[in-house]
Design a binder for this molecule. Sequence first.
Ligand code: AMP
Ligand code: ZN
Length: 475
Amino acid sequence: MRLYNTLTKKIEKFEPYDKNEVKMYTCGPTVYHYAHIGNLRTYIFEDILEKTLEYIGYNVKRVMNITDVGHLSGDSDTGEDKMLQGAKRENKTVEEIAHYYTNAFFKDLEKLNIRKPKYIEKASELIDMYIEIIKKLLEDGYAYISNGNVYFDISKAQNYYLLSGKKPDELIIGAREDVNLDESKKNPHDFGLWFTTSKFENQAMQWDSPWGRGYPGWHIECSGIAIKHLGEYLDIHCGGVDNIFPHHTNEIAQSEAYLGHKWCKYWLHGEHLNVETGKMSKSTGEFLTLSLLEKKGYDPLAYRFFCLQSHYRNQLVFSYESLDMAANAYQKLLNRIKQIKESKDGEVNKKQIIKYQEAFKKGLENDLNTSTALTVLYDVLKDQELNNNTKLYLIKDFDKVLSLDLLKDKEVEISDEMIKYIEKMIEKRKEAKKNKDYELADKIRDELKEKGIILKDGRDETTYEIKKIGEDKNV
Ligand code: AMP
Ligand code: ZN
């Protein structure tokens, strides 16, 4: 297996510390809002990584944090706690917000066939661990107290700028650091380990500590959770590219200072999903969620397919046109597999299986090249020398990693949102016809057809039929 390591800026052979168990840490969501489909792209990439490692024979222990401690958003107007922002926005308590959006996140994972990590830790539940780490960092001279807060002194860290590969003045201070605290730091990149004096009234959760009542910095939570669950040696740490600096840079600095040795071997970062107008983010710009895509009639797995078509280290621009193309290709793929399923024949050919498994593995082992892996799947479908049982064996096998429900007979599940959407479109089309805007009426009919919804114009009213793989059902 070869993976691109952000730390060395090279594609490297993957060799875990302990070949019996790969220890993998993936940064989780801040649960003050829904995950957007960009965040979900990163979780899809991590899911593929975990399943590929398993496919090639490793056991994987994967841990993820849930950030429910609100951190100050230095780039927001008020610079207040993000969790509190969520609570105010929805007139709920911070706990309710965390609970609601954590569940919403898990639902998104399920819909995208992303396996929920076995070990999930809420940031708010490991405060003692962070305090223990911070105490040691202070004792060993890696941290200092200024203006009541505890800061990590980056001048004491070895190779602080290695991960980002940038010069100090090329890096802006992380958006999540409270910019107002700058004057109390020795170096602008020093980062908070424990805050006591920042805008308290804007901080929802507080705990007692040897330095006074307050709350931990953002970065310490991932180091604490990773070390607690995975021990002193970590094989893989993942996140999106925005995590490289300051988050992962600071995690390395504090973890290695605390442990006294090198910590994580491979740092993997997924590139962003952008919209045509630019960046997608929770606080600014366009905010597309999975449930929005569903409301528009898309199968979540069509989005997964869309992501798998491109390499995780390439930026991906989202548009409905490109999602439509992926959704059509995905539907065609399922239809083709359905035909194969309907005429099972022949003995499974072991030699062919090994040949294709090797090709599939080769793609994934080459820094997770999912589009090559998909090509191998298409090659299997095309190969006239393969009997259908051999094809089905391989499809099932590849789907352990791809997780596209390739063999599942999808019962047509129609959500209330979907019904509302179809009815709204039928109404819009009726209106268009009334106004003699036949172009628009046809456009609506064609758009619905692309989504597998066939309109039937009766004498008095329009009914519809949903055609998907598996059964066709009238509704
Ligand atoms: P957050 O909930 O903001 O902490 O982000 C959760 C994960 O999504 C992190 O690993 C981020 O690096 C990643 N992420 C944030 N924005 C994007 C984006 N536009 N595309 C892909 N991944 C993203
Ligand atoms: Zn993290």
